[in-house]
Design a protein around this ligand. Sequence first.
Ligand code: FAD
Length: 522
Amino acid sequence: MIAYAERFVPENDNEAEPPRQDHHDIQSLPLDLQLQGTVDFGASSAAMAARDFGGMQSVSPLAVIRPMGVDDVARLVKAVLCSGDLTVAARGNGHSINGQAMSDQGLVVDMRTAEADRFQILAEGPNGIGYAVVPGGALWEDVLRVCLSYGYAPRSYTDYLSLTVGGTLSNAGVSGQAFRYGPQTSNVTELEVVTGNGDIVLCSERENSELFFAALGGLGQFGIITRAKIPLQPAPDMVRWVRVVYEDLDSYRRDAEGLVTGREGESFDYVEGFVFVNSNDSVNGWPTVAIRPGQRFDSALVPNSLRHPVLYCLELGFNYRRTDKTSTVDSVVGGLLGRLRYIEGLEFQADVVYADFLLRVKVAEEHAKANGIWDAPHPWLNMFVSADDILEFDRLIFRDVLKGGVGGPVLVYPLLRSKWDRRTSVVLPESGEVFYLVALLRFALPFPQGQSAVQMVEENKEVLRICDENRFDYKLYLPHYKSQDEWKAHFGGQWARFVDRKMRFDPMAVLAPGQRIFSRSF
Ligand code: FAD
């Protein structure tokens, strides 16, 4: 395997490197590509493709390709196969943390330009069930907007929707609806993929199923997703958004697991939650819990408060129609809340338009951009932790290592294995039906005003060290490793299948080099 030299972005220098042209020759890219789109060797495009949301790594591509459609993508992959040693990375919206959408002196395909605004809404079957057929480079927020204009909506989301369809389907795509519908990878019925062989393949559970399941959660290793067919459901109009607070993870966990295993119609439509610091810290503490300005967190209500460095907030959503009577919504939500054992009085509610609820992180993005924390490095850590280990994880990590907070949300909420298709490439903890998403979503002002990214990365490593030392059953979500041995350990029993699929669909390993799983063959 070729060793990768990691290139960290210096924290006092946010400028991406200018494109280096030391070990690849522009001539190695055939000039008769005959693309309808463009090949851009310019410094500003290269700088864009050398940055991501993580802001910690930067490698410059040789060129950025802006394809006009699937034929362009296929032609490009074929040209790369004929080249000496080029690789090609699809770039969705560049919201990876660790350079996963970059290509060191290779090609980056800007998927946002590949017909990203060409949507089709279909009604199929006797009941006229709706589907959206959307480009891989489309942003979920645009998919939502178009679907809503037809009265429909996808079933499963991410918390933040300025991510591309191809980017989240290459990972999993999880949010508070995943307990019911599964991740986004369980909510797609057909893909159009350009494989690493340069073939354009339509695939689904029935047709070319091996490629279909390989590409879902496949970290971009088997093909470039150029189109996806997403099942829709009638869109609700409104959401009753609720937050309730717990003093310990055990009672939080019981209620959260009760809700995610409850039957549709007898539970909420959205279940998530987070850990927060038991203090008035404006970034990590009580002020992060209220939904609306004017709602007050009365800390005097927390029993035995001194014993709790952190508290837990269950975040819930109940969908309804504008025509539903408020008294009916109050009564259903009140009935559901009545079964929960949160701290009485620490309950916050708001009624919001469905689209505004799904787009709520966009508002946070605007604030973060205004105060400089959006463009600073984000050493995020995402993991799936088995329910068997979550209480010990809480004791050793939430209530100890992270008791001062991470400078942003710390998500922890249950998911159900049975809603995930084992045939996809996604890797989950080994045991049990319930596992938890844990996400340390670190935001900090740029160093030296804020904590240095190196310190935050060290804290992440400490979390993982504790998990390993205690033999917790966990897997990284949005994984990032530097050696193939680490990848092998990550995939465990699924490694052989992953390698077989790679041999079949991208045998020269030209795709998604930023994941650092395989090296380009010659
Ligand atoms: P990129 O970062 O551009 O690409 C990611 C990987 O996918 C790369 O390897 C790339 O080569 C590959 N890729 C991109 N497009 C394609 C394609 N069309 N075909 C094949 N491979 C492709 N995730 C969740 O699950 N739930 C959340 O709630 C959530 N919230 C987030 C909030 C924020 C603010 C951020 C920054 C990230 C969040 N994520 C969440 C993580 C997000 O799902 C991943 O980072 C995802 O990869 C980002 O999508 P992107 O379109 O920017 O992909």
